[in-house]
Design a protein around this ligand. Sequence first.
Ligand code: AMP
Length: 280
Amino acid sequence: MQKHDKISAMQEAARALRQAGRPIAFVPTMGALHAGHASLIRLAREKADAVVVSAFVNPLQFGPSEDLARYPRSPSSDALLCEKENAEVLFTPTVEEMFPKGFSTHLLEEAVSKPLCGVVRPVLFRGVLTCWLKLFNIVRPDVVVMGEKDAQQVAVLRKAAADLLLPIEIVTGPVVRDADGLAISARNSYLTPSQREEALAVFVALRKAKEMVDSGVKSADRLVAEVTHMIAAKRRLRVIYISVVDRNTMEQLREISPGQCLLAISYWVDEVRLTDNMTL
Ligand code: AMP
């Protein structure tokens, strides 16, 4: 596996892959790689001949009071995981090269990025899209592979890609969960055992909502009320938002249309913010 941290070296590696007629599937990440990322690398391998993974903690997507400094970083185990999953290239650019002093151009999507996380984290999607666009310009992938764990990110990218005719195919993989049901996230490493225990109530509540839909419930309000009630029993949990939304527009829905919507939730476990969702 090749490992590059210089933009010019990554561009050269991508150029060589293209010249060899090898389509590129790209998996952008913030590192601290786990089984969720590994599943995306495997999916990427099914979609294209060469897989490029980036691991870059993107400072543009963190607000001033967020966890940029303490976000988990594990460069050596990231490289091992990419190697094990047969990635062709691991790209780990520096902040200095990605966003040098004076960087002043941003990509803003102004509809899909507004609700849910957009309300509570105003710089998130502008930061994510700007970073991704720069990474895409460096790697020039044919396919971009993303996780449905971050359903709003996927929807925002799909909208931006359609609006701007980005020459990429976007492919998504399902949420990967630990055996107990908790959606795997780099931020889970912040949780103590008792916090983790309480966070599990969110998965149990989402699963209950799915069961309600499967048994014929159509009212979004009823689902939200049930999930809110189940989570309220947990002392450490505070809901930031919980909403039934259209999976493409992220607009709130009153009535469930199966397959088309998801129940999206963001919540605090004490001071740790997590997100999850369930396709209904
Ligand atoms: P991150 O490193 O958190 O920025 O995530 C990089 C990519 O991995 C994004 O497309 C995420 O949606 C995806 N991802 C993160 N956690 C999971 C998970 N548990 N299951 C599936 N995909 C995930």
